[in-house]
Design a protein around this ligand. Structure first.
Ligand SMILES: [Zn+2]
Length: 342
């Protein structure tokens, strides 16, 4: 099994590593990591140099890419599309709205922007294109390509036939009417689901086209958030707009975020999601999260072992650990990863 790990900027440039990529690579090698996945930008901050920069960007991922290359470790970039703390904080009109015009109130770290907003979406796609141009990664993971969605809470289990709470902003309403001739999403809920899926599919097609136009086109991997089982794909579509059936023509690999720890679910639910996803014929590159370091380490290790066994039995050859921030506090897991890498 091949292991990737997602590394966030606050880890790379924060207190522990302070941009010392050699130390970061030494540590990840101890955990049998073959690939590093890093966001190319966060909010509106970018982590690569641009032609008009007056001096070199101190947070330049090209240096990390070079070191990865020297060490024989893969370098991939994450493009976080519609999660943008900076724009969310600065521009209230970009915040998602509920049917009764309530502004989205943030949960935890997530700051969604609505994909229906065409001007914002175009800017965001340009960010992605530039990041791919400058960093020239061979692999790109596309994250947050979905309508505002926080995978915990009431809607998680109950949503089926009613429209989700977000988003009903002016852009969503006017584009829905322009595309369908309909006015009320609550009355024409199936048309509403289809409308959202179409918008996301168009964005994915644009992104895929930008990637293909590059000198060395990267492979796109699409990250998808946790959703309930059974009927994972259908619920995912209704909750987020992601249409796995339609996306099959655009991408080959999806990376389901099987964050059962974060969602406080039993591991079996994540295994059920994998089972259902296999039927779509995508290559799967699952992401697994680790439990909080406060629990019983022996028990956590046994559970991770069982989970990796299940993934291996499903003929999954590559797994992404989410994230180095938590894995680095778990040296107890390193020999387990080594055993599965062998
Ligand atoms: Zn909206």
């Amino acid at each position: 099994m091949n292991f990737s790990v997602k590394v966030y900027p606050q880890t790379m440039w924060g207190e522990k590593y302070q941009g010392n990529f050699e130390a970061l690579m030494d540590d990840t090698a101890k955990a049998s990591i073959n690939n590093i996945v890093v966001p190319a930008f966060q909010g509106t901050r970018i982590f690569y140099s641009q032609p008009l920069d007056q001096s070199e960007n101190p947070w330049n991922l090209l240096s990390l890419k070079k070191i990865c290359h020297e060490r024989g470790v893969g370098f991939a970039t994450e493009l976080p599309l519609f999660h943008d703390r900076d724009s969310f904080e600065k521009n209230e009109s970009l915040r998602p709205q509920s049917p009764d015009a309530k502004i989205y109130s943030p949960s935890d770290w997530y700051r969604p922007i609505c994909p229906s907003n065409d001007a914002y979406m175009q800017r965001r796609l340009q960010f992605c294109e530039e990041a791919m141009q400058f960093l020239e990664p061979s692999l790109v993971t596309v994250n947050f390509l979905w309508y505002p969605y926080w995978p915990v809470g009431q809607e998680w289990e109950t949503l089926g036939t009613q429209a989700p709470s977000y988003c009903f902003c002016d852009s969503c309403r006017s584009r829905f009417t322009a595309d369908t001739g309909l006015f009320n999403a609550a009355q024409d809920v199936e048309a509403w689901f289809a409308f959202r899926s179409n918008i996301l599919s168009e964005i994915l097609a644009d992104l895929e086209e930008s990637a293909q136009n590059l000198k060395s086109p990267p492979s796109l991997v699409i990250e998808i958030p946790p959703a309930p089982t059974p009927y994972f794909a259908e619920r995912l579509c209704r909750l987020t707009g992601i249409h796995l059936g339609a996306w099959k023509n655009l991408v080959q690999v999806i990376s389901p975020q099987l964050f059962y720890n974060e969602c406080n679910l039993p591991m079996e639910r994540a295994c059920e999601a994998v089972d259902e996803l296999r039927e779509f014929g995508y290559s799967l590159f699952p992401q697994i999260d680790l439990p909080s370091a406060a629990g019983d380490k022996k028990e956590m290790r046994a559970e991770l072992h069982a989970f990796l066994d299940t993934l291996q039995a499903a003929e999954i050859g590559a797994v992404m650990i989410h994230s180095w921030d938590t894995l680095q506090d778990f040296p107890e897991m390193f020999d387990l990863l080594a055993a599965f890498s062998a």
